[in-house]
Design a protein around this ligand. Structure first.
Ligand code: AMP
Length: 465
C-alpha cells in the first residue's frame, strides 16, 4: 500500500512523538484523507466504520487546538452508546498522554448523575458522552458549552436510529456558531444529509473506504531548492535510514555519475548504472550490488529495466519520474516479500507539475517532510558487509562455484558463512567474502589452485581506502 506517514502532518511535536509509541507509524486511509482537512479547521463528513482509525483522526484534531491552560469544555464528542463513548475516551487519553493535565470526562446515561455533576465542578477540556445524558446536564445547568470549538458526531447514523436527533440539535444549539463540526457515519441516509446541512459549513466529504494497493511501502517526499541541496539530501537520507542496499533513480546518465562521484567522495559505497557502461562493466556493477559489496546503485530507468534485485531496503528518487506509472514501478522495487521498504522522493519547485500529476495518480495529498538534521552526517557512512574478489578465470576455464568455495574454505581457510554470492562469467568469476576476511581470502585464492591453475585475483574497490 502506498502509505502516508504522520510526519507529513503539521502536528504538535508532543502529539507527533507519541504516535510511534502507540504503534501508529502510517495513517489509515480515513486518517490520510481527513486529517489534513481536520487540521485546517474545516468541517468534515467522513464515512468510516469502527476499526478505520476514525477516533484518532478526530482525536488528533481536538488535541491539536486544545488550550490546556483554559480548563473549559472545548470539545464535545457525541456517541450513540456508552461502550463507544468509553472507547473514544480511552483513545483520546492515549493520544494525549504526552501532554500533561488534559482532562477528558465521559458522561453517559444508565449510571447515577450525581458523581458526574461532582466531576464537572472540577472542570474538563473534552467531554465524551451520549446525547440523552448531555442534554440532561444542560437542562440542569451543570455544564456549559459556550467555549466549545469542536463538536464531533460519532456514528451519526446510529444516533439518529436511536432517536437522538432532537437531543443532538438542542445540544449543538448551545455551542458557539463559530466552531468546527465533524460528522462520522457508516451510511448517509437523507436524514443525515439534512442534519449536516443545518449544522455544518461547507463540509468536506471524505470516503474512508478508499484503499490503495496493498503492500508495505512507506513514501516520503522532500523539497529541495538547488542541485547542491539535492545531493546533500541524498546523503542525509542515507545517513538517517542507514539502509544496507539502496537503489537511487536519476532521470539522466550524467546525474548518475555526478551523484556517484559525490557519494564516493563522502565515503559511501556507490556505483552508477547507465547506458554508457560496457557489458562487462554493467555485469560487474550488478554483481557488486547484488552480492552486497556495494550498498548504493545509482541508475537511470532504462538501465535498471529488467533488473531483478530483491530485498532492497530503500529506493530514492533523485528527481520525480516524468511519468507517475514509472514512479510507482520504481518504488515497487522496495518493500518486497512483506519486508518493510522505504521510498524517498526529492522534488523542487520546477517539478510542481509532475508532483500534481503524481498526487492525482496516487489519489493522495502529497506533503513534503523536513529533511533529516545535518547532525546525522557525523556518523560514518554504512560500509557494506561484503567485498568482491575478482578471479581471472570463468566458464571457459571451467571454473565452477564449488571450486571457488573449496579453495576459500579448505585447509584453515575462511568459513562457509563468510562467503557470499558467486557469479561466473565466460572469462571472469566474482565471489563475495566478508570484509573482515579479505586478506585471508585473497591469500587462499592466490596460493591455491583452481582447476590446477593459478588465476589472477584482486579485490574490487569503490571508495578511497
Ligand atoms: P477506530 O476506528 O477509531 O475504532 O480505531 C480502530 C483501531 O485502530 C484502534 O484500536 C486504534 O488504536 C487503531 N489505530 C488507529 N489509528 C491507527 C494507525 N494509524 N495505525 C495503527 N493503528 C491505528
Amino acid at each position: 500500500m502506498i502509505q502516508t506517514p504522520f510526519s507529513t502532518l503539521k502536528l504538535h511535536p508532543d502529539l507527533q512523538s507519541n504516535l510511534p509509541t502507540l504503534g501508529y507509524e502510517v495513517m489509515t486511509p480515513v486518517q490520510a484523507e481527513s486529517l489534513p482537512h481536520i487540521l485546517a479547521g474545516k468541517d468534515v463528513i467522513a464515512q468510516g466504520k469502527t476499526g478505520s482509525g476514525k477516533t484518532a483522526a478526530f482525536g488528533l484534531g481536538i488535541l491539536q487546538k486544545l488550550n490546556v491552560k483554559a480548563l473549559q469544555v472545548q470539545a464535545l464528542v457525541l456517541c450513540p452508546t456508552r461502550e463507544l463513548a468509553d472507547q473514544v475516551t480511552r483513545e483520546i487519553r492515549r493520544l494525549a498522554r504526552s501532554i500533561p493535565n488534559i482532562k477528558v470526562l465521559t458522561l453517559c446515561g444508565g449510571v447515577s448523575i450525581r458523581p458526574q455533576i461532582e466531576s464537572l465542578k472540577y472542570g474538563a477540556h473534552i467531554i465524551v458522552g451520549t446525547p440523552g445524558r448531555i442534554d440532561d446536564h444542560l437542562l440542569r445547568g451543570t455544564m456549559q458549552l459556550n467555549r466549545v470549538n469542536t463538536v464531533i458526531l460519532d456514528e451519526a447514523d446510529r444516533m439518529l436510529d436511536m432517536g437522538f436527533q432532537a437531543a443532538i440539535e438542542t445540544i449543538i444549539g448551545q455551542t458557539p456558531k463559530q466552531r468546527q463540526t465533524l460528522l462520522l457515519s457508516a451510511t448517509f441516509p437523507d436524514q443525515i444529509k439534512k442534519i449536516a446541512n443545518r449544522i455544518m459549513v461547507k463540509p468536506v466529504m471524505v470516503k474512508a473506504e478508499i484503499t490503495h494497493d496493498s503492500g508495505t511501502i512507506l513514501q516520503h517526499f522532500y523539497k529541495v531548492d538547488s542541485l547542491e541541496q539535492r545531493m546533500d539530501a541524498v546523503r542525509l537520507l542515507l545517513q538517517q535510514h542507514r539502509p544496507e542496499s539502496t537503489l537511487i533513480f536519476c532521470n539522466t546518465k550524467k546525474e548518475t555519475t555526478d551523484l556517484v562521484e559525490d557519494l564516493v567522495h563522502h565515503g559511501f559505497s556507490a556505483l552508477a548504472l547507465n547506458g554508457d557502461l560496457e557489458q562487462r562493466d554493467r555485469d560487474q556493477t550488478l554483481v557488486r550490488f547484488t552480492n552486497r559489496s556495494s550498498s548504493i546503485l545509482v541508475a537511470t530507468d532504462v538501465a535498471a529495466r529488467g533488473l531483478d534485485i530483491d530485498s532492497l531496503d530503500a529506493v530514492i528518487n533523485y528527481h520525480i519520474a516524468n511519468d507517475p506509472e514509472v514512479h510507482v514501478h520504481r518504488i515497487g522495487r522496495t518493500g518486497r516479500a512483506g519486508s518493510k521498504g522505504i521510498a524517498c522522493s526529492l522534488f523542487s519547485d520546477k517539478e510542481e507539475l509532475k508532483m500534481t500529476m503524481l498526487g492525482d495518480y496516487l489519489e493522495q495529498r502529497i506533503e513534503a517532510e523536513p529533511l533529516p538534521p545535518q547532525s546525522v552526517l557525523e556518523a560514518p557512512a554504512v560500509k557494506p558487509k561484503m567485498a568482491t574478489l575478482q578471479i581471472g578465470g570463468g566458464k571457459k576455464q571451467k571454473v565452477r562455484p564449488g571450486d571457488i568455495l573449496g579453495a576459500l574454505t579448505g585447509d584453515q581457510g575462511i568459513t562457509g558463512n563468510q562467503v557470499g554470492k558467486i557469479h561466473i562469467f565466460d572469462n571472469w568469476a566474482y565471489v563475495a567474502v566478508s570484509r573482515d576476511v579479505v586478506k585471508v581470502a585473497l591469500k587462499k585464492l592466490g596460493e591455491g589452485k583452481l582447476k590446477g591453475r593459478s588465476f589472477r585475483v584482486r579485490m574490487m574497490r569503490d571508495w578511497p581506502a
